[in-house]
Design a protein around this ligand. Sequence first.
Ligand code: P1T
Length: 395
Amino acid sequence: MADERASGQGTGGQGFSTRAIHGGQRPDPTTGAVMTPVYLTSTYVQDAPGVHKGYDYSRSINPTRQALEGNVAAIEGGTAGIAFASGLAATHGVLSLLKAGDRVLLGHDVYGGTYRLLDQVMSQQGLTFDVVDTTDLAAVDAALTKPTQLVWFETPTNPLLHVSDIAAVCAKARAAGALAVVDNTFATPYLQTPLALGADIVVHSTTKYLGGHSDVVGGMAVTADDGLAERLRFLQNAIGAVPGPLDCFLVMRGIKTLAVRLERHCDNAEAVADWLGANAHVRQVFYPGRSDHPGHTVAKGQMRRFGGMVSFDLDADLETARRLASETHLFALAESLGGVESLLDHPASMTHGSVPREDRLKHGFTDGLLRLSVGIEDLQDLLGDLEQAFDKAFA
Ligand code: P1T
């Protein structure tokens, strides 16, 4: 029974929302509770030494976490989800599949913390990494001429919303004998499913859209490969960066409404991107849903819609950008993304402060770049908030 829940079996062939609401879950066998209980226990009684009901210690296994793992596996089209205490803990878990001397090829625009983990932690342990623009398939080919064990990329990326061709990059990784890992945090499985396009592992910061309410920190790795699942499960337990059961419950509750939230995020983000595109103070809008986005055609081919994240460059100095960032009211100036409420980020000084400036500038990530996580509030209120902030910043 536990295995069936963990694998999300019994949900195959169903639509996304059905899997999001039911995958990995079943009424509680003891009480019939429809919602998976929060099993706040660290340990489980054994009938005799080593004889138990499949649960021995909560770092290794917990029914609430197991339900979440089966749930995310079901919506990503994987066979196993492995939950971690944060997105970065999931990243660390996946990178721990490698050994000293191995090389990672890292997409050129990724969350600053992912870059920092490789640059300042994993490199101390003997991993090497090179950065490549994964939107440029010739560059990926050239970079893969050196022995590589793992290719890690985001699409759309954080914060520039670059779009990479998942099937093409994964095929190249596989041909080179490297694992292909896609951080699917920005898109979510409602908008795209990288495992179906050839990825070996999908990673999430469940802190973001999956949780959806900015009230929990968590991470997840998903795979459809039994061997990788076993190794990741071992690392989850051996390293021990697991989420608590209440956090797992909150993420699972968030996922139930993922599809309806994402539709509204996308509606609002499309309109905000268009509004910014028509604003004379905006030099460039980064949103894969716009026809002028270089990755628009690829995005259309692999995504259902284009997501709730919009970045933009002001035609102004850094001071004006910082002023604008301080003048919004509904868009809270804060790190993170993917919650129902709108947030505004100044990546160079906040989420991506640990990415070297020269590296950022090389790829068009300027000091003045602003990033919006467009929430699901009423559109006219969001546009009104931006309008008054632009008026003040450019007064
Ligand atoms: O914060 P944590 O749950 O550890 O997730 C790390 C992470 C991984 N991958 C992506 C694409 C992310 O955006 C993040 C976290 N990002 C932010 C906190 C941010 O504001 O961009």
